[in-house]
Design a protein around this ligand. Sequence first.
Ligand SMILES: Nc1ncnc2c1ncn2[C@@H]1O[C@H](COP(=O)(O)OP(=O)(O)OP(=O)(O)O)[C@@H](O)[C@H]1O
Ligand SMILES: [Mg+2]
Length: 236
Amino acid sequence: MSSLINFSNITISLSGKSILNIDQLDVPAHQCTLLTGRNGSGKTTLFKIMAGLLKPNSAEVHYQGLEMTWKQAKPYIQKDIIYLHQQPYLFDASVADNIAYGLHRLGENKAAAHKKVMQALDWANLSHLAHRSAKQLSGGEKQRVALTRARILSPRLLLLDEPTASMDTDAKQQTSLLLQRLKSEGVSIMISSHETHTIDHIADRHLHIENGQINTLERAVHSNKVTVLNTPKFNA
Ligand SMILES: Nc1ncnc2c1ncn2[C@@H]1O[C@H](COP(=O)(O)OP(=O)(O)OP(=O)(O)O)[C@@H](O)[C@H]1O
Ligand SMILES: [Mg+2]
């Protein structure tokens, strides 16, 4: 199992309260990690630090053969790691325009961007929504559009914050299918979720945050079915 990126000594205090104090966090390449923890345990905070969006008090990053402080690593991680919010923000334009946005920012010309957007929509089985207003989509559709918009930027690691919360069974299945596709394409994925059963079949390992620290939960594999041995209790 090769490592994609390694974080060490992550500490952060917010409003004078220590939130995270993590010795080591290794993210394996091409794998899916499930991240659990009670409400307020620091999952979102950790994801934002990993994606270069929130400055920790301290953190070192080992990435692409370089040992860096978080600040030195910030431009690399902002480019290669994408954080997806639970309620993704889509602007008041068509689905296709929302997906094209990142490509235009990267300087892609209009024709090439259009072609990529259409291919991406096809990948996500969302072609029928291309010209719909993004503001009119359901929560599940918005989440899939946001995933497609993230994928088109070719991230190496996707951090998904509660991607299936408040989705019905069908929307969960469709999101889960896209996540499996992304994983099979080699994208590393970390998913924070209280719904372990929805994510469990995609996840290769299970991390749990408690008291600001990360523990690996043991899993047993029985004929392709992965069972979490030590299911944490949630206060959700
Ligand atoms: N900007 C902030 N200022 C002060 N405290 C904050 C700030 N952001 C988060 N916190 C606190 O940090 C702790 C961790 O919050 P975080 O949102 O990371 O938890 P979480 O595990 O994602 O929770 P949930 O499961 O509810 O999404 C909480 O106690 C929260 O109140
Ligand atoms: Mg959160």
